[in-house]
Design a binder for this molecule. Structure first.
Ligand code: OAD
Length: 243
């Protein structure tokens, strides 16, 4: 493992365009539940059943209760050494871009700036009527929050299952993936599209791709490096002994 980390660090040192793609696993050590493990359950509902436009149309109050629970939980946690190490990588690598599927805002809190949040941000809300987007960090939004401008029902400004990504944001993520020389794929099960395909874009564009995950994923076979273990332990090692 230590040797693999050292050789990946050598590859990173040679690169001036590096991308990282992160998923729920990078925030797991901060105490944020991932989506597909058993801890993804809330009151016996799977997160993947509530984070849908159909669930919101059927029962917006239930979906808001779920998001209030997530807001409350996430408001009490903070970034971990893996998030910090990516901030450090942004500082050292000339062209570093972070693409995240996470909506928890922990990358921003840690200090990442060149960041593409492809699934939105839990702390933003969007009016279902006038579509105005606002920032609201209240841990409890109530179960029928209203838009201050038009009185319409607010919803979380996140991408739900079955919804399309913002086309400009997706384009930016694809362009970054195609252009990078190295891509670190950290803590994602690599099953949700189009996010999962970004690693394939990177690989077909000639990048060295490296996966950091507790376990193998459907993408492990085509990775140049697979580092199995906790992101909070492995990612910081990549930026240690850099000089
Ligand atoms: P998942 O919950 O599907 O996957 C989390 C991954 O992180 C798994 O592969 C775990 O093995 C790995 N993992 C867990 N703890 C880890 C640790 N400490 N260090 C390293 N790896 C660890 O989450 P995502 O892949 O992010 O979409 O899921 C993708 C999307 O599906 C999410 O953005 C969300 C979700 O439903 C939307 O909300 C649209």
């Amino acid at each position: 493992m230590e040797e693999k980390i050292a050789s990946l660090r050598d590859v990173l040192k040679e690169a001036d365009r590096v991308a990282a793609l992160t998923g729920a696993g990078i925030s797991a050590e901060s105490g944020v539940p991932t989506f597909r493990g058993d801890e993804g359950l809330w009151r016996n509902y799977r997160a993947t059943d509530l984070a849908t436009p159909q669930a919101f149309a059927r029962d917006p109050e239930l979906v808001w209760e779920f998001y209030n629970w997530r807001r409350e939980l996430i408001s009490k946690v903070t970034y971990n050494p893996a998030h910090r190490a990516l901030v450090e990588l942004e500082r050292i690598v000339p062209g570093f871009t972070l693409i995240t599927q996470n909506v928890d805002g922990l990358h921003l809190l840690a200090g990442s700036r060149n960041l593409i949040e492809i699934h939105g941000n839990l702390w933003k809300v969007r009016c279902t009527k006038c579509r105005e987007i606002t920032l609201d960090r209240s841990p409890d939004m109530g179960t029928s929050p209203e838009c201050k401008l038009c009185g319409g029902l607010l919803r979380p400004h996140v991408v739900w299952f079955g919804e399309s990504l913002d086309p400009d944001i997706l384009q930016q993520a694809i362009a970054t993936s195609k252009a990078c020389q190295v891509m670190l794929v950290i803590g994602t099960s690599s099953v949700v599209q189009p996010a999962a395909s970004l690693a394939l874009e990177a690989k077909s564009g000639g990048a060295v791709v490296a996966e950091i995950n507790l376990e193998s994923t459907p993408h492990s076979p085509f990775m140049d490096f697979t580092l199995h273990g906790k992101a909070g332990e492995i990612v910081p090692k990549l930026v240690e002994n850099w000089a």
